[in-house]
Design a protein around this ligand. Structure first.
Ligand SMILES: O=P(O)(O)OC[C@H]1O[C@H](O)[C@H](O)[C@@H](O)[C@@H]1O
Length: 529
């Protein structure tokens, strides 16, 4: 069997209580048959064009030969390195696939100027970039495409030979890219962005980078009969019950990579679950945890822990109250997509829309139209500027005030608008803050998280408090034919999100670090206090 799940405690109780009803309602067979009525009348129109993921693996196979042919053509021209520009589902799937298969892919899912420059300066002469956008209108992805076009031209390289586009048929990018002479791969338009791992969005960049995608598609196809069956042993129904059927509902899902061969799976699952469920004041918030995360030792009543383990045998060694799953990557992708759709039904929401993602984008666009400098800091404490709805006289007192505002059932979200490859150390703040607050702490890199947990923070249960960390980029970068730079875009994305969160009455503390070394040291000390 390509996927196994073992549960104990409240999770097993949810399975025992919820799955028989799901079986009686024929939910598995109806999802397999793409029945769009499963999520209520309001969701029907969206669902009718969003269920293509269930059999995506077999439908995507037809692309593989064309992609491998392109890879061979590029290799003959000395192009053997690949980058990917995309956000959300368009980047997280190729990221987990290529890392798991151990092949290199530079993932550019940032507007942080330093991170964009690193991608541009990384052996451009032997690099091709896949520009992936389902809608064809995502600002970050469009900005990356523009600057890569410019740098190729300046290097005397024809961009049409180096930029490969993946998009839905008929998107603005589809028409423009074809007219400009780019190689375009169309994805199935009946699959939403976060469910698109097994469509052209997951497969084209991964195959170009060197993944044996036929193996991945085989794995997913092998799992399809498991999730299609209206039977209590169906692991997709069981996982759906674990995610959204506990009573009282556990609001937090801690996802732990614990021995699995899959690299980065929790980040992919985070965007799938957070965007799909976090709306109408409900949902479950995924929290990506390391094996030694503080949350795992705190016995939090509202946290359901799911460990992704290495083998079937290990999956049976479940700690009290936890769930363990094991499986191939292809099976995991399909089963979690299926389980998330089931969770949507259990929660009574539409698991295929993302109504609150747009609000932060609108607010950022508004700020970009009127490029005013940021409002003066409320407090300047050494090298750290403080702004926001929560503030004291110093970094320490402001952080204390923010953490004190976490409700008993709440969480802290840390959003770091820095170069996630060059400033990885900032991710260690998560564990320190989790140990201090004894509540779940999510950590996201801006603007990447806006396409993931961003939906939950605005649309889910309103119990989050927010710490934004910004830098002052040493080098900025123009976005060709745009009236703003990457640095200004990043700033507007942070400001837009802070404004929308504040509009939802959520506490926000924004720190701008004018010296990253000093800022990191002070924050690490304050977080551990
Ligand atoms: O692929 P794109 O259309 O550029 O969209 C990228 C991402 O944008 C938004 O955040 C959507 O909510 C995601 O589901 C999507 O994956």
């Amino acid at each position: 069997m390509s996927f196994v799940l073992h549960a104990t405690g409240a999770a097993q109780e949810a399975i025992d209580r919820v799955v028989p009803q799901l079986v009686a309602d024929g939910v598995a067979g109806r999802i397999a048959a793409k029945d769009s009525t499963l999520w209520g009348e309001a969701a029907e129109a969206e669902a009718s064009k969003r269920l293509g993921w269930i059999d995506a693996a077999s439908n995507t196979r037809g692309l593989v030969d064309d992609v491998l042919e392109l890879k061979a053509d590029l290799a003959a021209k000395g192009v053997d390195r690949f980058a990917l520009a995309g956000m959300g589902g368009s980047s997280l799937a190729p990221e987990v696939i290529t890392r798991t298969f151990g092949v290199h892919l530079t993932v550019l899912d940032s507007t942080e100027p330093g991170q964009v420059l690193t991608a541009l300066r990384d052996e451009l002469e032997r690099t091709a970039i896949v520009v992936s956008s389902k809608s064809g209108s995502t600002l970050e992805t469009d900005s990356a495409k523009r600057v890569f076009e410019q740098w190729y031209r300046e290097a005397g390289i024809d961009p049409t030979e180096r930029i490969i586009v993946v998009t839905d048929p008929g998107s603005p990018l589809d028409g423009a890219a074809r007219a400009a002479g780019y190689r375009v791969f169309n994805a199935d338009p009946n699959v939403g962005g976060r469910y698109s791992a097994l469509t052209a969005f997951g497969i084209v960049p991964s195959a170009l980078a060197g993944v044996d995608v036929a193996e991945l598609l085989d794995e997913a196809e092998a799992a399809l009969p498991l999730v299609s069956e209206d039977d209590e042993s169906n692991p997709g129904l069981q996982l759906g019950a674990v995610l959204a059927g506990t009573k009282p509902l556990k609001d937090y899902i801690g996802i732990v990579a614990d021995g699995t061969h899959i690299v980065g799976f929790a980040d992919w699952a985070e965007q799938l679950i957070a965007e799909s469920t976090g709306k109408q004041g409900t949902g479950v918030l995924p929290v990506v945890l390391d094996v030694d995360a503080a949350e795992l030792g705190e016995d939090l009543a509202d946290l359901q822990v799911i460990r992704v383990v290495g083998s079937r045998a290990e999956a049976r060694e479940v700690a009290a109250g936890e769930v363990e799953v094991a499986g191939t990557l292809g099976a995991q992708l399909l089963v979690w997509e299926f389980a998330t759709a089931v969770a949507g039904r259990l929660l009574g929401i539409d698991p295929f829309d993302q109504p609150d993602v747009e609000s932060a984008k609108d607010a950022a666009r508004g700020l970009l139209e009127d490029l005013a400098p940021p409002a003066p800091a409320t407090v300047v404490d050494g090298s750290i500027e403080l702004r926001g709805s929560v503030s004291g006289d110093t970094l320490e007192s402001s952080l204390d005030a923010l953490l004190a505002a976490i409700p008993a059932d709440g969480y802290l979200a840390v959003h770091t608008y820095l170069d996630r490859l060059g400033e990885e150390r900032f991710a260690t703040l998560r564990d320190l803050l989790a140990a201090r607050t004894q509540r779940p702490v999510t950590f996201g890199w801006g603007p990447r998280f806006l396409h993931s947990t961003g939906q939950y923070h605005k649309g889910g249960k309103p119990v989050g408090v927010f710490l934004q960390i910004l830098g002052t980029p040493a080098e900025d970068l123009e976005i060709p034919e745009r009236p703003f730079t990457f640095g200004q875009l990043l700033q507007a994305q942070a400001g837009g999100d802070a404004a929308v969160l504040a509009g939802h009455d959520r506490p926000v503390l924004t720190l701008t670090l004018t010296d990253l070394d000093d800022g990191y040291r002070r924050l690490a000390t304050a977080a551990a206090a």
